[in-house]
Design a protein around this ligand. Sequence first.
Ligand code: 3BY
Ligand code: FES
Ligand code: FE
Length: 410
Amino acid sequence: MTTAPSTAELIAARQPGFSLPRDLYCGQQALQDDLEQIWYREWLFAVPACEIPKTGNFATLNVGQYPVIVIRGADGRIRAFHNVCRHRGQRLCPKASGSNPKLVCPYHQWTYDLDGKLLYARDMGEGFDASKYGLKPVHCVDIGGMVFICIAQVPPAINDLAKNLMTYLAPSALADAKVAFSSTIVEKGNWKLVLENNRECYHCGGSHPSLCRTYSDDPEMTVMEGPNSASAEILDHWDRCDAAGLPARFVSAPDMQWRLARVPLMDHQESFTMSGKAAVSRRMGTIPWNDAGAMMFYHFPTSWNHFLPDHAIVFRILPISPTETEVTTKWLVHKDAVEGKDYDLNKLTEVWLATNDEDRRVVEENQAGILSPAYEPGPYSPRQEMGVLHLVDWYCGLMSSRLGLQAAAE
Ligand code: 3BY
Ligand code: FES
Ligand code: FE
């Protein structure tokens, strides 16, 4: 009897420059390994801080098998906890978001303070020590208004990302933003297919008529390949931003886990709208011009984001099963912008709602083809799909070193 190859073997056998072997996109074992080696170990974008602006505001999310709650304390600090009651393990907070003065378990009403301390547990007897039953913390940092969590006991360093992201986000002043709209969809595709699709615009001309009004599908116009291939227009844009003190130049992690760059939209357009004009009359932060373009922030494995002068769009993905991924998109605007007066919700959201749906279809068809035993890995375009190469190289590098170390320890 032949046994199925392990994830480490599949990665070792993959051909660099080609899409991944089938089982890495479809298999239960691959998802389990992805969860254990990446999703439970890396920093993940959870929510924009402005979604939980007040004491007691919370949002929940599921990272694989781990339900997590992110909540703002009375001291203003945002913390994350395992969303699991310390009594008999009830999921503490079943709602996706809301506000609570205290966290009360729905099962037997054990009551926790917003900092995770157990405050009240009825009839637990004389020797019961409540201090031993606080909520289990999850590492949590707010970087310039984006909240990241890490499930690992010892999280990887985040200083380099934090320093750069704070600088690039500062002009968007996310502390003064609010969530104008939120959408969550489930794409029937592996999380890596969702991210691969996002990392190239080879498909944009054929799939995204609305987005292509303002967003160039030429990789050199959007630095998809990295700073060395930036077009003359981008270099001019960066000079102009430098002179205005607006962070813009391409900066990335050495392994490309994250990257930041401000990129102009086509023909000095202002925003990802059908007209190309700003969707919100009240600009965010201190970005000096309407045509400052999109500050694009990508972070593997959870997110891609566009920070425009008038609004921001933040995206988060979470794996649900080997062939299902949740994609959540949030549109942020200045907190004082009034719907119907300063912006029209339809004009604000229509391009990316359409784009997300177009990407969902592409990803689902991609997954459907890869599920066929006839699928075999195909070559990425060196001009168009450099971003995808960065992603799969990052993924394979991390997985093979971690799975290799694990095998060596066994
Ligand atoms: O959201 C994005 O940044 C990517 C870039 C290429 C396709 N998609 C629009
Ligand atoms: Fe939460 Fe009993 S499981 S109070
Ligand atoms: Fe797309």
